[in-house]
Ligand binder design. Structure first.
Ligand code: NAI
Ligand code: MG
Length: 361
């Protein structure tokens, strides 16, 4: 019997976090009714909200809530109010702590352009229409973690060092995630490396090839990162799943995101451990916090990914996606995606509309 009850750690964070997370919860409530799933929400503080209450960005109470949940939905953290704190206790520090706690080694960043928002992109409509890319970024190793690292004195000058390092098992597990994801999509994986220059990515390429033997139904090609950067801008529709190292994925996923031009629409999932983490790719947008104008769709779509990747219910993500599409098709827009002739709605209204669409859909 399929599991029908889940506990979700809900961490609104600060800035626009609480406003947008509230809309995602509305949508999850609608999903819960529609699909007959029981969802238990456990709220906890993180980031600036936790600093204000406990003096630390990632309190033990919050860790306990996370570890006793099936998945985590996060809003966003950070803002000028806390910018003068030492790095160790700034809101953003909580994000690193959480990724580590969850052992979330695979970061999934879809970049999908809705037809209704074609004019949000700065690229030509014929180039971006129908773009639907999933970037699978390795998140817990590579040059961001390799040692030796630091700034050292060498003779009469200083030298800055970081180390690109991948173990076979680290490549193997991320490759596996990419092929599994591709199987549920268009069955094409592009592995991005710099194997003409970097030995660590020669190993990367070899291991990806090896794992591919188990996924012969998925097409695999390799691309150097500089060429990949060009191809993403030139003809993005050639890509289905892109799998790559931590640093290349950091950069390429932002490039892919901007193909769509709508920061407020884009979700993410960080998976690999027992508990998945789901959050919008944007930050806490302090410039518009508390005004009820933020776009909640990135967070709603992140909740959608949770149903696919943590609860194995892709039909729920599809239902959420369909609801978002029909609300957009009816012409409703938050301020960030507004264009002439559309109906401007608030954060709350957008949440209500999508939840309602799920109930009637
Ligand atoms: P940001 O993503 O918060 O905002 C960039 C611009 O996009 C702003 O003009 C903002 O108003 C707009 N925007 C972002 N999300 C939106 C939404 N849902 N609807 C409408 N407009 C939206 O990035 P920024 O300004 O660089 O960072 C602000 C704070 O957020 C900083 O403290 C930063 O460290 C933190 N941050 C947190 C992240 C997280 O919690 N995962 C990720 C990125 C930044
Ligand atoms: Mg980044």
């Amino acid at each position: 019997m399929e599991k029908r009850e889940f506990t979700i750690a809900v961490l609104p964070g600060d800035g626009i976090g609480p406003e947008i997370v509230k809309q995602a919860v509305k949508v999850m409530d609608a999903v819960s009714e529609k699909f007959g799933i029981k969802l238990n929400y456990k709220y906890a503080l993180i980031g600036g909200a936790a600093i204000d209450e406990f003096g630390v960005p990632f309190p033990d109470e919050t860790k306990e809530v996370i570890l006793s949940s099936d998945a985590v939905l996060l809003g966003a953290v950070g803002g000028p109010k806390w910018d003068n704190l030492p790095f160790e206790i700034r809101p953003e520090r909580a994000l690193l702590g959480m990724r580590k706690l969850l052992n979330a080694f695979a970061n999934l960043r879809p970049a999908k352009l809705y037809d209704e928002l074609l004019d949000s992109s700065t690229l030509k409509p014929e180039v971006v229409k129908g773009v639907d890319i999933m970037v699978v970024r390795e998140l817990t190793s590579g040059i961001y973690f390799g040692i030796p690292r630091g700034i050292f004195v060498d003779g009469d000058e200083r030298v800055g060092i970081n180390t690109l390092r991948y173990y076979e098992h680290e490549v193997e597990r991320i490759a596996r995630v990419a092929f599994e994801v591709a199987r549920k999509r268009n069955k094409r994986v592009t592995s991005v490396d710099k194997a003409n220059v970097l030995e660590a990515t020669v190993l990367w390429r070899e291991v990806v090839e090896k794992v591919h033997e188990e996924y012969q139904d998925v097409e695999l090609n390799h691309m150097y990162v500089d060429n990949a950067a060009m191809q993403i801008i030139r003809w993005p529709k050639q890509f289905d799943v892109i799998v790559t190292t931590n640093i290349f994925g950091d950069i390429l996923s932002d490039a892919c995101a901007m193909l769509t031009g709508s920061l407020g629409m884009l979700p993410s999932a960080s998976i690999g451990g027992k508990i998945g983490l789901y959050e919008p790719i944007h930050g806490s947008a302090p410039d518009i916090a508390g005004q009820n104008i933020a776009n909640p769709i990135a967070t709603i779509n992140s909740a959608g990914m949770m149903f696919t990747y943590s609860f194995n219910m892709p039909e729920v993500e599809e239902a959420i996606d369909k609801a978002v599409r029909s609300v957009l098709a009816k012409g409703y827009r938050t301020k960030d995606i507004y264009s002439e002739g559309c109906k401007l709605v608030s954060t709350e209204e957008m949440g209500d509309l999508i939840a309602e669409e799920i109930r009637i859909g």
